[in-house]
Design a protein around this ligand. Structure first.
Ligand code: ATP
Length: 454
């Protein structure tokens, strides 16, 4: 049985993802392109649910946060002003012999490609002095090549929010304290990507800039730390594998008054899942100076203009999806067999209900398809399966984390009652077809993370 403590546990996750259609290596038929992945039918649903769970809680359910979808390619002055052109760099060293490039501050974790038992530089080959390597992808806008046509793929979604601060305030009449949330792709030319989708060059972020009167900074910083930590717990993440790591003063950006990472204990060690940062008025002020546009907020009560301060929760969608996958993975012995089960929160699971006719005859498939259609109309993600023995079908649905299976048997044909099997307990209950939707809604709303041995 695979356990989280096994050195090859990540291989188990990667292979499950490929086999069941969560994540595929990108451009696979051409040999791939380093650490880039595509999301398959189940992966895209998983990611969609992560985004939905974030957006619902951070934007839809609140009257003090609105949404935005800003462009990936902005005027390059954006990145000069934000400091990314000059400072968004990693120190890199090259091996003079094999020409491989490594992060100078991560040599401890790196391996020489020629002698994998050695670290770069310890293999006998000489490394260059560290040089700053900018992580932004450059591209070119328009037909004419040249310095004037250079643009960048955004390395974070946050700056698009700052650029639109005034537009949002004027169009939606929001007043500090209020937030603008955004989910979208970001790009970083990471030199040492790795650990599957934990660090890739193209990824999605869910970021929110919360603009506030400076004197409320500490209150909202604490508030968003608590709220974001709670969000992961509410969606079933193991509390013992989640921690809040406050940055030491020497780790903070020069303008920041505080930053906390939400960290998760991955099979490869603790890693950042999300950062909650106090950005003060740094960004609005800089963009105001550079653009010549006054981005101060006019407070009608005090008749004063000021630059709001900002608290920013910034999460990675792909990292969160990976975290849900790893955290949900469980194996248990059931009647001499190993049951692999992803114990996703029902709102995170890519498929919510499996619909299974007991046998492929006596009108059961037709009845099952009718129930399947009815559930889909009620916005439930279902999967209809009539192939193989019922036990096998349950196992296949367990392995992709489907929390409920509805079985249509001979009795259903007479009394319109189905058997619902719950993934976590494997317990079965008879439910009237007409009550199925409300039964499911109730179970989903009251789901609790099961006690786990592993
Ligand atoms: P790291 O220290 O891991 O490089 P970071 O501190 O640079 O991350 P932020 O700029 O704070 O990350 O971005 C916010 C979130 O975006 C991160 O917490 C992470 O979830 C996600 N993220 C950042 N870089 C990547 C990447 N290369 N691949 C996948 N997700 C990423």
């Amino acid at each position: 049985m695979a356990s989280r403590n096994d050195s090859n546990f990540m291989d188990t996750i990667v292979s499950l993802c490929k086999r069941r259609g969560f994540v595929f290596p990108a451009s696979e038929i051409y040999g791939g392109i380093g650490n880039t992945y595509d999301y398959g039918p189940l992966g895209v649903e998983l990611k969609r649910r992560v985004k939905e769970a974030w957006w619902t809680r951070t934007v839809t359910m609140r009257d003090d946060v609105v949404g935005l979808d800003s462009a990936i390619i902005q005027n390059p002055k954006t990145w000069e002003t934000s400091g990314h052109v000059a400072g968004f760099t990693d120190p890199m060293v090259d091996c003079k012999k094999c020409k491989s490039r490594f992060r100078a501050d991560k040599l401890e974790d790196a391996r020489c490609p020629e002698r994998p038992s050695k670290r770069p530089g310890e293999c006998g080959n000489e490394l260059t002095e560290p040089r700053a390597f900018n992580l932004m992808f450059k591209t070119q806008v328009g037909a004419v090549e040249g310095a004037g046509s250079i643009a960048y793929l955004r390395p974070e979604t946050a700056q698009g929010i700052f650029l639109n601060f005034k537009n949002v305030v004027e169009s939606s009449r929001m007043k500090p304290p209020f937030g603008i949330g955004q989910i979208g792709k970001s790009f970083r030319n990471e030199i040492t990507p790795g650990n599957f989708v934990f660090r890739t060059r193209e990824f999605e972020q869910a970021e929110m800039e919360f603009f506030l009167p400076p004197e409320q900074n500490d209150h909202w910083y604490q508030y968003w730390r608590t709220e974001r930590h709670q969000w992961y717990l509410d969606f079933g993440i193991d509390p013992s594998r989640l921690r809040m790591r406050e940055h030491a003063p020497d780790e903070l950006a020069h303008y920041s008054t505080g930053c906390t990472d939400v960290e998760y204990e991955y099979p490869f060690g603790w890693g950042e899942l999300e950062g909650i940062a106090c950005r003060t008025d740094f960004d609005l002020k800089r963009h105001s100076e550079a653009s010549g546009k006054d981005l101060r907020w006019f407070d009608p009560d005090t008749k004063q203009k000021y630059f709001p301060w900002v608290v920013e929760p910034a999460a990675g969608v792909d990292r969160t999806a990976l975290t849900f996958l790893i955290d949900a993975y469980d194996e248990e012995k059931v009647e001499d067999e190993t049951r692999v089960v992803l114990r996703f929160h029902p709102e995170i699971a890519p498929i919510t209900v499996g619909v299974l006719p007991l046998v492929k005859k006596e009108g059961m498939p037709e009845k099952a398809l009718e129930i399947d259609r009815e559930l889909r109309r009620g916005r439930y993600a279902t999967f209809y399966d009539e192939s193989a023995a019922i036990g096998r079908r349950y196992r296949r649905l367990d392995e992709v984390g489907t929390p409920y299976c509805v079985t249509i048997d001979g009795d259903t044909m007479k009394d319109d009652v189905v058997t619902v099997r719950e993934r976590d307990t494997m317990q079965q209950e008879r439910v009237k077809v007409g009550e199925l939707r409300s039964w499911l809604a109730d179970r989903i709303a009251t789901w609790k993370r099961p006690e786990r041995k592993s």
